[in-house]
Design a protein around this ligand. Structure first.
Ligand SMILES: Nc1ncnc2c1ncn2[C@@H]1O[C@H](COP(=O)(O)OP(=O)(O)O)[C@@H](O)[C@H]1O
Ligand SMILES: [Mg+2]
Length: 367
């Protein structure tokens, strides 16, 4: 429909401007001095999820989380005074209730008599940048904590190693009676245990050795020995079913760390006691794999926390928690080609948490 239709220069400029606004990547909208939205471009539809018909005529407050409504009053005051607001970083609400991080530039709009009649707003979605910033901060915290833990573990383990050596020398010096030798042997075993626990809890130490064949039922039996007195004090009854005894290829230290994290969480969750069920069986969701199911009767995990528990530093234990247990667990299991699944229930009388870790079985034994 090519036409000889001609626009006057003023209309042409207006159309060109409208086209620029429509094709902009940034959301561009305008509102009057009562905060009612008067225009809305394509990018605003994409960013906030409302169509033009749905939002024009409505209050701008629909896009602002309630705790920020006060700020909007401030913005309006500034605009009425003719001020412009540049690159103001804040949070806005989408139609589906999600929040987005935005950078706003807001300018007063005047009519031909130079009277301010509203404002135009350009919003840029900066969620990606904010997430990246957050990830960098977290990576930095993790690195700092890892270094600190490694230093402490090292500082504690060095003297413990010498004590173990000294006890050994004393025990084998040949001048002791059998009773004294027995005491020293026990002391040696206890110090070994302390050193083991220090490495576990300060954890985060990574076994750098090559993966070896590890039997999960051995690892779990060892961990249950370490936690024996704690479990008994809390009146936690442990029920183990080791149906599958095939080995996995992994670093033993890391697996000890993984299962210690899970079991210590279950112990924390059952201060009044209960049943801790640990089962090793053929994996249901990893072909040819083996899985360990750990189920407790603790208070369970709130629905809204379920997705967060694997994030670093997420803890509901205040100063007593580090929030890295499950995060480290997931990292290590996935590094070995495995998977972690979690279900939890908080209903009184039937509450509890189940974690299933599945791992590939050592190759030569897969038929
Ligand atoms: N077995 C469990 N029962 C109830 N809540 C749990 C369980 N395991 C983990 N959680 C929740 O997940 C959070 C994160 O666990 P974790 O990463 O091990 O850190 P931490 O134990 O230091 O808090 C815990 O603070 C707790 O809220
Ligand atoms: Mg923990």
């Amino acid at each position: 429909m090519a036409s000889n239709f001609q626009l006057n220069p003023e209309d042409e400029a207006r159309f060109r401007l409208a086209a620029i606004i429509e094709s902009s990547e940034d959301a561009i909208l305008s509102k009057n001095l009562d905060g009612i939205i008067t225009s809305w471009n394509e990018a605003a539809c994409r960013m906030f999820g409302y169509t033009e018909e749905e939002i024009v005529g409505h209050s701008i407050l629909e896009l602002i989380p309630e705790y920020l409504h006060e700020d909007e009053a401030d913005i309006l005051r500034k605009l009425k005074a003719g001020e412009r607001i540049n690159h103001y970083e804040t949070v806005r609400l989408k139609k589906n209730g999600e929040t987005i991080d935005v950078s706003l530039t807001i300018s007063p709009v005047r009519n031909s008599e130079n009277v301010i009649i509203g404002s135009s707003k350009i919003a840029r979605n900066i969620s990606d940048r904010k997430q990246l910033e957050q990830r960098l901060i977290q990576a930095d915290k993790i690195a700092t904590m890892g270094r600190m833990a490694a230093t402490i573990a090292h500082e504690i383990n060095n003297p413990l190693e010498s004590v173990i050596n000294l006890l050994y020398l004393a025990r084998t010096s040949g001048e002791l009676g059998s009773e004294a030798r027995g005491y020293l042997l026990t002391a040696e075993a206890e110090i070994e245990r302390v050193s083991h626990i220090a490495r576990q809890t300060l954890g985060y130490y990574r076994d750098t050795g090559a993966p070896v064949e590890v039997y999960l039922h051995h690892v779990l039996t060892d961990i249950l020995t370490v936690y024996h007195s704690k479990l008994e004090n809390r009146h936690i009854v442990v029920k183990t079913i080791f149906d599958d005894r095939r080995p996995v290829m992994a670093s033993r230290g890391e697996l000890v760390q993984v299962f210690s994290n899970i079991i210590s969480n279950s112990i924390d969750a059952m201060p009044e006691g209960g049943l801790l069920h640990i089962q090793i069986q053929e994996a249901a969701n990893l072909e040819g794999g083996i899985e360990v199911l750990v189920r407790d009767q603790g208070a369970g995990i709130e629905q809204e926390h379920l997705t967060k528990v694997f994030e670093p530093f997420f803890t509901t234990k205040g100063n007593l928690g580090t929030g890295i247990g499950l995060w480290v667990t997931k990292q290590l299991v996935e590094k070995h080609g495995g998977r972690v699944a979690l279900t939890s229930c908080t209903d009184t009388g039937m509450s509890g948490t189940s974690i299933t870790l599945s791992l590939p079985v050592a190759k030569r034994l897969v038929h």
